[in-house]
Design a protein around this ligand. Sequence first.
Ligand code: B12
Length: 304
Amino acid sequence: MKGELGLKTVLGVSNISFGLPARPLINQNFLTMAMAAGLDLPILNPNVDAMMAAVRCYHLLMNIDTDAREFIAAYGNATVSTSITSAAGMTAAPAAGEKRGLEEIVEAGLKGEAGEATRALLESRAPLDVVDNVLIPALDRVGAAFEAGKVFLPQLIQSAGAAQAAFEVIRERLSGQPGQGEDRGTIVLATVKGDIHDIGKNIVKVLLENYGYTVVDLGKDVDPAAVAEAVRKHRAPLVGLSALMTTTLKSMADTITLLHLEGLPCKIMVGGAVLTPEYASQIQADFYARDAKESVDIAKRVIG
Ligand code: B12
């Protein structure tokens, strides 16, 4: 009824505690209860922290504060990610009429602007140059700010979303380049068990496909047994494993151990920001790739 007639429920929240001690405590709890019961126009003093805290928590928990922007702005001790400031608080809003660069867009997690900015950049720069020198540095900065507690998970997710939108444009640009349509051999790719980071692996996939390799992409969080099964089924001479976290390097090692135990005649290349060539050889990978381009060099050596 209220909704149908476009009416709003109004309430002076602090009347309830009149004559009682600790009024802010009662007012705050009453406000939360009233909002949960459908109050949409509370009359309250916005200068009272406890009241604003109740509103912000309610908005967060009811997903009214999408992506926790309002909450992080108030309590994150960081410049929040909004359409005018960067997620990591590292870049200022552009002056009127000036366009935001792709790096800033990724840091600020502005998915809607990423595609157009990427297309603009690709007019003067090569796709892999944009990946290596714009997108990865931007994500590295967001990752470092996340590690330092200056940005929070919702902001990390928004930046990842913006980066993925940019990679989508790059993928389109790369497809149709020489090598497409040939079949040079099959490569199995996976992000290892426990790890959901797949942006890097997806770039590797696009590049390998561009060079004529057939990629069997097992996705992310892939069980070692599933990798072994795919290698056997597709008789793949090369497997690529990706891991982005120190905690999932163990899964990478387990996958390699299983491939060896099963005696599968494939070579294994590994990649991901946390990996080092030393660790790669320690876990008996055949090749370490620093970036996606190196995966193509390895594929050429192994398959031709
Ligand atoms: C984007 C991102 C996310 C996104 C991922 C979205 C997605 N679909 O991938 C989201 C928001 C989901 C996320 C979640 C988490 N993340 Co995160 N994330 C990142 C971030 C910022 C960027 C990663 C990235 O995509 N980089 C860009 C790509 C292109 O680079 P790349 O993967 O290294 O790939 C290149 C090369 O390494 C190589 N390569 C990669 N793989 C392979 C494979 C092969 C075969 C080959 C040949 C080459 C190759 O080629 C690629 C292109 O050149 C990093 C920070 C960082 N600096 O890496 C943190 C980071 C990896 N995340 C981190 C953490 C802690 C998490 C969470 C646990 C957070 C949480 N509390 O929930 C969760 C993980 C959940 C899980 N179980 O996996 C930590 C890991 C810390 C550590 N050392 O272990 C990092 C390092 C941030 C930090 N500094 O704290 N994350």
